[in-house]
Ligand binder design. Structure first.
Ligand SMILES: C[S@@+](CC[C@H](N)C(=O)[O-])C[C@H]1O[C@@H](n2cnc3c(N)ncnc32)[C@H](O)[C@@H]1O
Length: 284
């Protein structure tokens, strides 16, 4: 049974859980994504920055770019691109709590003229055709029920020759056993994700939306250490959030989040091979 996830569910998930990300995860990087552990990566914050750097490199961001950060979280990647490359960036999210934090950060860095944060749905935005030269989504497009709805909108928003990059989880096969599917669905539900696209399905959707020069980089090996870190946080967090949700201090979705932290290790696993992590790049 696939999970139904509305924009309201996603908003509530991030509004309630942002505090947990701040305290236990982002570690001064403002990144709410898996880190890429490269050869000489020393620690978790560096791995988080590596993910953003990789995306920036894929997009060849420069100071003339108008960039859309589709699903910007608390704005870590948007601010990085404005600061490092002088690009103009718009970050959109569904969460008003994230919006407030992101706007505060932009002010703190004096980047309010370079970076704007807005509440918008990346499958139906208010921007004009061809408004952006680059678009990216880091672990956000997985939240779309139909990924092609985002890809069609991104194609409309990009100017000719514009580039798109998506870093996300992708299902590797659809023939899951009942046991595998149970873990997979639990994981999806706890993180307010309706489904993952398969690698091939996403590739086809990019083509259908009109993108060309499609490339895919598998990053599964690079995210394993983050996966293990999230799992360890889950072991510690699961009993704690269970108690706190029973006595009404934490919400149920905060406890479901910690259950997903445990399940993700079985989903992103060499043994089960249910999902992988990858980065797609394409051009309009
Ligand atoms: C896991 S967070 C990733 C945040 C950020 N990309 C990062 O790497 O730190 C997912 C983000 O996607 C956003 N999101 C999910 N569905 C969205 C939609 N339909 N429109 C806009 N943002 C969306 C959420 O609000 C959240 O900010």
């Amino acid at each position: 049974m696939a999970t139904k996830t509305s924009n309201q569910d996603i908003k509530e998930y991030y509004n309630k859980n942002q505090i947990l990300y701040d305290v236990f995860y982002s570690k001064g990087t403002d990144g709410l994504h898996y880190g890429f552990w490269e050869k000489n990566t020393r620690d978790h914050p560096e791995s988080l920055r590596n993910t953003t750097r990789f995306v920036a490199k894929c997009l060849k961001v420069n100071q003339n770019d108008k960039v859309l950060d589709a699903g910007c979280g608390i704005g870590g990647s948007s601010i990085y691109l404005a600061k490092k490359y002088g690009a103009n960036v718009v970050g959109i999210t569904l969460s008003d709590i994230q919006l407030k934090i992101a706007r505060k950060k932009a002010l703190k860095f004096g980047l309010q003229n370079k970076v704007r944060f807005l509440i918008q749905d990346f499958t139906k935005t208010s921007f004009d055709d061809g408004h952006f030269s680059k678009i990216f989504g880091v672990e956000s497009i997985c939240h779309a029920e139909k990924k092609i709805d985002f890809l069609n909108e991104a194609h409309r928003l990009l100017k000719k020759g514009g580039m798109i990059t998506i870093a996300d989880g992708f299902q590797t096969r659809s023939n899951l056993s009942d046991k595998e599917n149970k873990i997979y669905q639990k994981w999806l539900k706890g993180w307010a994700v309706p489904n993952l696209a398969t690698v091939d399905g996403f590739h086809n959707d990019l083509k259908k939306a009109g993108f060309r020069k499609i490339k895919y980089y598998d990053k599964f090996n690079e995210i394993k250490k983050t996966r293990d870190r999230i799992y360890r946080l889950g072991i510690f967090g699961y009993p704690l959030t269970w108690v706190l949700s029973k006595i009404g201090i934490f919400s149920k979705n905060m406890h479901d989040n910690t259950l997903s932290m445990l399940c993700q290790k079985k989903v992103f696993s060499d043994v089960n091979n249910i999902a992988t992590y990858g980065v797609f790049i394409a051009e309009k």
